[in-house]
Design a protein around this ligand. Structure first.
Ligand code: MN
Length: 355
């Protein structure tokens, strides 16, 4: 169970009602598709769920979480209101960033006697700072992707399809401990590689093709994310040139990253290199994002970012150049910001690989 002191300092509410799967797993570490987690100051926490999870949820008792069962036919919101009454709760923080309009409408009807306060941005801010357990999971997920990358290089050859590469890559990750995918795998070869988020197709890989692979594992609910573009046979002169520009942009941004760097500043380190080489119109997305339980979390590194990167936050650095009709290159590593250093959690080689 996460310590919630910082969240309550920001939220200034008597309780916070967590109903989303992702935030329930974030706070409790317990994966479930149904449940109401009530957080209160001084880490007084109550987990209300139904018989599908009640027995498994008993593990939370060890963390002093009071686990309560919704009996058949009982109202879950009624039980939540009982908890609020027992604890003299008047103001309730809710996840405005996660609820549908319909969820919010029924919540408003049910909690008409309480002041509902949106706290989604505070939850997301607190979530952006990773504790040691979360970092252990993310490092493990990242090590699975690094391993999968080295393994997939033995598999790729002319004649196999993008879809076959994706399936093999996913199989390798799961065989090595990934619980599932962080996101849908991107395998884009040849001219498809100019589309940054191409879906793997039945296109066969041909000699001379760039192959962009963007993929991530999931471990204890936490994501990893990496991208490499490799070549099958010798690339054209222009693709080789593009590769070297993207590599220089990516390593320049990484080498200039520091605790306290702005998300906008980090983006500009990469973007300036690409601009100076005349390809800025082909770098069509932002430089990076954080991750955790979600594949995209705050903070971001982009031309519009107002974030200042702080210790224990993560950021990807993933510039790319995409020339329609020719091809594209993207290189992505995941960085951990520490007080006095920046640690690259991605260990795979970035020098041009020609199979
Ligand atoms: Mn990414």
């Amino acid at each position: 169970m996460k310590i919630t002191d910082r969240l309550f300092e920001l939220s200034q509410t008597d309780a916070i009602l967590v109903v989303s799967d992702k935030n329930r797993i974030y706070f409790t570490g317990f994966a479930s598709t149904f449940g109401f987690l009530i957080l209160m100051p001084q880490n007084k926490n109550i987990f209300i769920t139904d018989p599908r999870y009640y027995e498994m949820a008993q593990v939370l008792q060890a963390d002093n979480v009071d686990v309560r069962l919704i009996e058949n036919g009982a109202s879950a919101y009624g039980m939540v209101k009982d908890v609020f009454a027992e604890n003299n709760v008047k103001t309730v923080g809710f996840e405005d960033t996660e609820l549908t309009v319909s969820d919010f409408s029924s919540m408003k009807d049910a909690f008409v006697d309480f002041e509902l306060v949106p706290v989604g941005k505070h939850i997301n801010f607190v979530r952006s700072f990773k504790d040691e357990t979360e970092l252990e999971y993310i490092r493990k997920a990242q090590s699975i992707t690094d391993l999968a990358f080295s393994e997939i290089l033995k598999f790729i050859k002319p004649g196999i399809t993008e879809r076959e590469v994706a399936i093999e890559l996913e199989y390798i990750m799961q065989k090595n401990g990934s619980e599932g995918l962080a996101f849908d795998t991107i395998i884009a070869s040849g001219v498809n590689s100019s589309k940054p988020h191409a879906h793997p197709s039945d296109k066969r890989i041909e000699l001379g093709d760039p192959v962009t692979m963007d993929f991530g594992a999931r471990y204890h609910g936490y994501c990893s994310d990496m991208t490499r573009t490799i070549f099958v046979g010798n690339p054209s002169d222009e693709m080789r040139k593009i590769y070297n520009i993207v590599l220089l942009a990516q390593t320049t941004a990484i080498n200039n990253a520091y605790c306290g760097v702005g998300g906008k500043e980090l983006d500009s380190f990469a973007r300036e290199i690409i601009r100076a080489n005349g390809y800025d119109q082909y770098f069509t997305h932002s430089t990076g994002h954080s991750l955790g339980i979600d594949i995209h979390e705050a903070p971001n590194a982009s031309t519009r970012s107002e974030a200042i990167l702080q210790a224990k936050q993560l950021i990807t650095v993933e510039p790319g150049i995409y020339v329609p009709g020719l091809g594209g290159v993207r290189i992505e590593d995941l960085l951990l910001i520490e007080q006095d250093s920046v640690i690259d959690l991605t260990t795979s080689d970035k020098n041009i690989i020609i199979l």
